[in-house]
Design a protein around this ligand. Structure first.
Ligand code: F6R
Length: 246
């Protein structure tokens, strides 16, 4: 595991965006795993900027998103489908057919998850997965208690996650937050050829310290990333503040 410490959220986003742009230049049919949430907004802003400057061509890029709420229609303002369209996809030249986001409104959610795994395999696997991290150590919606062999599935959201997403940034109160989601599993994420985890602010420092310095345990799903051969944490000073041996 590699740790890149940057001095601000803006530098975290810039470091990650430059890296992703380089990787897409090397392999135009890049398979990119996307995350949602507050942390990655700046990263997507930079990717849009680079795309407008002609520095990234998304025309052959294929994407798979980590997760989606169950029960929210795609057009809901807080669906991850809407988030991705608003922050990235509607601003770049990616073909609609290349975008894969789990459908939390599918009739058969189990089939939806199985088909998603099959599509990832058919695409040749994810070249680079972008991740955020929850304050509780979750990655995607793999909440504490998620095991290493989990694949894409239906999960119940942890109460911490419901509260974190109802602080006004996304939903305005906890009753509005769906209780379930579809999420890539820990094994699905670990199968990506490369992983970039972004974290900013002191609020993430405990989760980062546990993920990096703590034991590998389902109680901190991000700690499984210690086992990945090409995983980089790109974090700011605040998120790095509790790391040992900086
Ligand atoms: C989102 C996701 C989540 C977030 C995490 C951090 O697709 O999978 O794991 O990455 O909850 O969210 P923010 O960035 O809002 O703190």
């Amino acid at each position: 595991m590699k740790i890149e410490i940057q001095s601000s959220p803006n530098e975290v986003a810039e470091f990650a965006a430059k890296y992703i742009a380089e990787r897409i230049k090397e392999k135009p049919e890049f398979v990119l795993g996307c995350a949602t949430g507050g942390t990655v907004v700046l990263l997507y802003q930079k990717l849009v900027e680079y795309s407008k400057l002609g520095l990234i061509d998304f025309s052959h890029v294929v994407t798979f998103n980590l997760d989606e709420y169950v029960g929210l229609p795609r057009e809901h303002s807080q669906s991850y489908y809407t988030f991705m369209s608003y922050h990235l996809f509607s601003h770049v030249n990616i073909p609609e057919d290349n975008i894969h986001i789990l459908n939390g409104g599918a009739k058969n959610l189990k089939d939806e998850c199985e088909q998603f795994e099959e599509l990832i395999t058919k695409s040749g696997g994810i070249d680079l997965q972008i991740l955020g991290i929850g304050r509780n150590g979750h990655i995607a919606f793999n909440e504490p208690g998620s095991f290493e062999d989990t694949t894409t599935r239906i999960v119940d959201l942890n109460y911490d996650t419901i509260l974190a997403n109802s602080d006004g940034r996304f939903f305005s109160n906890s009753n509005e937050v769906p209780r379930q989601a579809l999420t890539m599993g820990v094994a699905t994420i670990l199968n990506a050829k490369e992983i970039l985890l972004l974290a900013t602010s002191g609020g993430k420092s405990e989760a980062i310290a546990l993920a990096v310095n703590g034991p590998v345990t389902p109680l901190v799903p991000a700690s499984f990333l210690q086992k990945h051969s090409k995983c980089t944490f790109i974090i700011d000073d605040g998120a790095a503040s509790r790391l040992k041996n900086k």
